[in-house]
Design a protein around this ligand. Structure first.
Ligand SMILES: [Zn+2]
Length: 404
């Protein structure tokens, strides 16, 4: 081992991330909470500082800020920067050319405005529509089931026109990935229950399976007609996601529906720990893509290497997409980009050493995963600048986006 395909000059397209918060704490106890999915108080305030991920983050940030590799020194340096400056500095250093943003989390009222990501040398942005939040709003607004269905259909009639380049579902956090077809009567009963929740507390958390599944099918029909990518949360998350029903194999019924074959599906977070299952699905279903997420889940470098090996071990390199899943603080978007280049470069070098790939192949595979596949899939508006020897990317005409 030891060698690495150098991908340091490849700008990334982060195909799944979130906004950052307008006010980011640099108090150690609060700051640590950014780096765990645990709701447990002690985990959030103490144990989160002792994962291999967190130790790596602190060491990397110490180098970035030019300070001693301690949490205290890093947070002191960090505290001197305004949130905007921090985004600018970290995004520029990370070489991020484009991002696909899920604005459903953190709550928009606590987040920096969308323009925050745009200030750094033209980072192009595509916004996703988070389906469950969209449906929840409609359920709260409509007292009749037929009106709800009509409003959902109208809202999804032209998703790109409405300003979104894709859909995102967190069904794994609500009722699981085994999304079924229900008799209309069951959906109507579930709607009545959801409405009584609206009556009680003015809003609804859509965990009513027959209703959510029915609305999701409506969205998938729209996505297939518009060839619009749909991201699914899969695997790793806070314990609100039942990992038993968040396995990508639960999507079987959906994947088998011929009518949805025109709907590109992106399985998020490497499906970790179900990465082999996700990679397998990306290797057999033409419309399934596997997102390899390098900041969240919070994993060691070795575990990220294992995830990357498993993905490249079976899936075509045209079906794998880079992301950070960064949220709340820009350090995650930043670390994800650097880590992905390193880990992917190392795994590609192994494949070269094994005789699986030639050096030229390996470099092209790295460019695809980090940038080109997402650029194509989400239809970014202009060709990204490309390094010598890489294929031309982007279908649309227009100026070349400056990057790195
Ligand atoms: Zn996410």
């Amino acid at each position: 081992m030891g060698g690495r395909i150098d991908l340091g000059d490849v700008p990334v397209v982060d195909n799944h991330c979130h906004p950052v918060e307008a006010r980011q704490s640099t108090d150690p106890v609060t700051w640590r909470e950014y780096f765990t999915e645990s709701p447990d108080f002690r985990m959030r305030t103490e144990d989160a500082a002792h994962t291999t991920f967190y130790r790596r983050l602190i060491r990397a940030l110490a180098t970035f800020h030019g300070v001693e590799a301690t949490e205290e020194a890093v947070l002191r340096a960090r505290g001197r920067l305004h949130e905007d400056q921090c985004v600018d500095a970290l995004f520029a250093d990370a070489g991020i050319a484009g991002i696909v943003v899920d604005t459903g989390y953190p709550p928009p009222e606590t987040a920096l405005p969308e323009s925050a990501f745009r200030t750094t040398g033209g980072v192009l942005q595509i916004r996703l529509l988070r389906l469950e939040l969209f449906f929840q709003r409609l359920v709260a607004e409509h007292s009749r089931y037929d009106d709800l269905v009509a409003a959902a259909s109208a809202g999804l009639a032209d998703v790109r026109e409405s300003g979104h380049g894709g859909l995102k579902s967190i069904a794994a956090y609500r009722t699981g990935l085994a999304i079924e077809r229900w008799p209309e009567e069951d959906a109507r009963t579930a709607f009545a229950e959801a409405r009584s929740e609206v009556g009680r507390r003015g809003a609804v958390r859509l965990g009513h399976k027959p209703l959510l599944d029915t609305l999701l099918h409506l969205a998938f029909t729209a996505a297939a007609a518009q060839q619009l990518p749909v991201q699914f949360h899969v695997g790793y998350g806070d314990p609100d996601a039942d990992l038993r029903t968040a396995n990508p194999l639960q999507l079987r019924a959906l994947l088998e529906e011929q009518a949805y074959r025109a709907m590109p599906i992106v399985l998020l977070h490497g499906c970790w720990p179900y990465v082999r299952e996700g990679a397998y699905l990306a290797s057999v279903y033409g419309n399934v893509h596997l997102d390899l997420s390098y900041a969240i889940p919070f994993l060691s470098t070795a575990e990220l290497r294992a995830m990357t090996r498993a993905a490249l071990g079976v899936a075509p390199t045209t079906k794998l997409l880079y992301s950070s899943d960064g949220a709340r603080v820009p350090e995650l978007h930043w670390l994800g980009a650097h880590t992905a280049r390193n880990v992917l470069g190392a795994v590609l070098a192994e494949l070269v050493a094994d005789g699986d790939l030639g050096a030229e192949d390996a470099r092209l595979a790295g460019e695809r995963v980090l940038r080109d596949n997402a650029w194509h899939l989400y239809g970014f508006p202009a060709p990204v600048s490309h390094s010598p020897g890489s294929p031309r990317v982007g279908h649309s005409a227009g100026g070349v986006l400056g990057s790195e």
